[in-house]
Design a protein around this ligand. Structure first.
Ligand code: FAD
Ligand code: MLT
Ligand code: ZN
Length: 477
């Protein structure tokens, strides 16, 4: 396990957990396995999914209710104990694990659905509900969750909100800033902030809940959310295509938007190096013949034969025009799931190479893939591979470099080069994964000094002692 650490980072002036604190938390959280101090049990919660970051917390707490979280934070605030909120621990920027010995507050046991309105599609639930479980639940009522991502089997809705996660359906349903109607959070001093409205329209002053979406656990612990779920599509169809250049990926996107318009629900791409991760590392089969670039198009609509016909016709036109060299369509669930797994398991497949340097940027589409080409030239054979894939329909590129283990030379070739490159095209250095621990010092590449100043002022208002997820999101001066 390699840690990405800033060697000159100093632990904040926080208290350390005492036996007396542990005894108090045991009184707040009675019952088995809710106050964890055993180092072997803490190991998983101290380590992030991608194994880039590891903390040294000696205490993991598992509240069940908002009142539990409030009582925990009251103690932490009074005692000046730093905390890190943790959901499914699938975050990719080191935000969900402690840097030093912060107390880990997990939402694992906060997994109750409060209500679901089958007419409006509004779901109210606790923050620790697993995204995939919520999707299964609402689908029984003919609804679907407005976001979908590869980690759905373990990520929590609270973690999704705290990250403002994007995923593969953002193209269709928009960001969580639109789908979240309300939320409840506990502030640093234990006060419960009730913004749990579940109205579509509510212009009564500032929309306070929005500040928590994407705040990465630095402003409060989200305990509940009200989410507007779209109707579950009756028909889902998929096309997987091979094309010869990145400019063709963009040309097909233009044609897709025109021809598939209202039924388009995802437009993803991957390069041939990425496909090798799926075939070599995960032993999955490429559903078409080998090409430099691949496109995954998903349609979701209400009429299966209409959508299928539309997609088949579109594919035929694309192949006749020579834009698309090879393609396959899928209407049955097993084939759809298989093709989606090729795309969604890339993050997992990359870990088979050893160490993964993960980047997630927004770029104008005309410059989009040049970054991958430039990075390949720059790192040369020092890396195992440089891959480009992602949510091209949203202007979001995932650029990943791998090597057998963490290598400072490779890192120095990548950073700050990549951030300067993105900044030059006025892109974002984090499109959907957040800044967390790993990217916060580069915030100025994408945000103005004036905006960061406002962020810091907001942090002071919400968390004057700085106990909530220190060393995350905001940069050190
Ligand atoms: P965690 O990792 O536990 O936490 C993430 C951040 O939120 C941390 O800063 C944490 O402190 C904070 N936090 C967690 N819960 C709370 C809470 N209740 N209140 C306040 N703060 C909290 N992201 C995308 O945007 N799009 C993708 O397509 C995507 N795909 C992924 C695929 C895989 C295989 C993996 C491993 C990750 C992927 N991610 C993606 C990254 C990640 O953002 C999401 O998995 C998810 O949003 C994180 O949720 P989580 O519950 O695991 O949060
Ligand atoms: C994805 O789209 O696959 C996720 O954001 C994870 C990743 O970037 O690897
Ligand atoms: Zn993604």
């Amino acid at each position: 396990l390699t840690s990405v650490r800033y060697p000159d980072l100093k632990r904040g002036n926080y208290a350390t957990v005492t036996d007396k604190d542990v005894a108090l938390f045991e009184r707040i959280l009675p019952g088995a396995a809710r106050v964890i101090t055993d180092p072997s049990e803490l190991e998983g919660a101290n380590t992030d999914w991608i194994k880039n970051c590891r903390g040294a917390s000696q205490l993991l707490l598992k509240p069940k209710t908002t009142e539990d979280v409030s009582a925990i934070l009251k103690v932490c605030h009074e005692r000046n104990l730093a905390v890190v909120p943790q959901g499914g621990n699938t975050g990719l920027v080191g935000g969900s694990v402690p840097v030093f010995d912060e107390v880990i507050i997990s939402t694992q046991q906060m997994n109750q659905i409060t209500s679901f309105d089958s007419l409006s599609g509004i779901l109210v639930c606790q923050a620790g509900c697993i995204l995939g479980n919520l999707d299964n639940y609402v689908s029984e009522h003919n609804y679907t969750m407005p976001l979908d991502l590869g980690a759905k089997g373990s990520c929590h809705i609270g973690g999704n909100l705290a990250t403002n996660a994007g995923g593969v359906r953002l193209l269709r349903y928009g960001s969580l800033h639109g789908s979240v109607l309300g939320l409840e959070a506990v502030l640093a001093n234990g006060e419960v902030l009730d913004c749990l409205s579940s109205l579509r329209k509510d212009n009564t002053g500032y929309d306070v809940k929005q500040i928590f979406i994407g705040s990465e656990g630095t402003l409060g612990i989200i305990t509940k959310a009200a989410i507007l779920c779209p109707q579950k599509p009756e028909a889902v169809n998929l096309a997987f295509l091979g094309v010869e250049s990145f400019s063709k990926v963009l040309e097909v996107f233009r044609a897709t938007k025109r021809s598939l318009a209202e039924i388009l629900s995802a437009y993803e791409f991957m390069d041939t190096e990425t496909m090798k991760v799926a075939t070599d590392n995960l032993k999955l089969n490429n559903p078409v013949s080998d090409h430099p670039y691949y496109i995954l198009i998903e349609t979701s609509g209400s009429n299966s034969s209409h959508d299928e016909e539309k997609l088949n016709q579109f594919l035929e036109t694309m192949m006749e025009s020579g834009l698309v060299l090879d393609g396959t369509v899928a209407a049955e669930k097993t084939k759809i799931d298989y093709i989606w797994s090729i795309r969604e398991r890339i993050a997992e497949g990359l870990l088979h190479d050893g160490y993964c340097y993960k980047y997630d940027v927004s770029l104008p589409l005309e410059n989009f893939y040049d970054l991958v080409t430039d990075m390949r030239t720059r790192v040369g054979d020092k890396a195992t591979r440089v891959v480009g894939y992602g949510h091209v329909g949203d202007g979001n590129l995932h650029l990943n470099v791998t090597s057998p283990q963490y290598d400072t030379d490779v890192m120095n070739l990548i950073e700050p080069f990549i951030y300067d490159w993105v900044s030059q095209y006025k892109g974002s250095i984090s499109a959907e994964h957040g800044l967390g621990f790993k990217k916060r010092q580069f915030i100025y590449h994408s945000k103005s000094r004036s905006a960061v100043k406002v962020m810091k002022n907001m942090k002071t208002i919400f968390d004057p002692k700085g106990i909530l997820n220190p060393y995350k999101t905001l940069p050190d001066e």
